[in-house]
Design a protein around this ligand. Structure first.
Ligand code: HEM
Length: 142
């Protein structure tokens, strides 16, 4: 994951993430197929791990997004939820920790790609900061 140069204050983080999602939404596209297209292009072997992709892929993108937004808002439920999800994922397969980091990077890349010219360095920094926090929770539970 990329190094952070400047920490964005907690009271601004949520607002920046929200603004970035408006930029993403202007593309008028569902995030899920774009995200998984990227993920499966880099890890074709992973596609077979998704037994119910029509349900689980959307649920996964939703959960990642919701967890990140909630983390930025300092909501306390996220650490327990992520702990449970990481444990649940042991039943789905053997996913090494670096794959989680990569997946979070791909998530940001997907958002940036959909936003196109509307993406900014501030949006990028805000997502990097929040995904780094999510990754710390994942690493604790892994
Ligand atoms: C290394 C990274 C990850 C991999 C390879 C992975 C893979 C998978 C797989 C194989 C499934 C089951 C799909 C099926 O049976 O159709 C699944 C389900 C799911 N994943 Fe992930 N996942 C990862 C990270 C995450 C993260 C970070 C979150 C949320 C923060 C998440 C949330 C979910 C959710 C909500 C489901 C639906 C089922 C459930 O509630 O357990 N996943 N994931």
């Amino acid at each position: 994951m990329a190094e952070l140069t400047e920490i964005i204050a907690a009271d601004r983080l949520g607002e920046i993430l929200e603004q970035s999602l408006y930029a993403v939404a202007e593309a008028g596209e569902d995030i899920t197929p774009h995200f998984f297209e990227r993920f499966f292009a880099l890890h074709p072997d992973q596609q077979a791990m998704f037994f119910q992709p029509t349900v689980s892929c959307g649920a996964m993108v939703n959960e990642i997004l919701e967890s990140l937004i909630a983390l930025a808002a300092n909501e306390g439920w996220v650490s327990t939820s992520i702990h449970n999800l990481v444990i649940a994922h042991r039943c789905y397969g053997n996913f090494p920790l670096p794959l989680y980091a990569e997946l979070l990077d791909l998530f940001i890349e997907t958002l940036a790609d959909l936003a196109g010219d509307r993406w900014s360095a501030e949006f990028e920094a805000a997502w990097r900061q929040t995904t780094a926090e999510l990754y710390t929770l994942i690493a604790h539970a892994h």
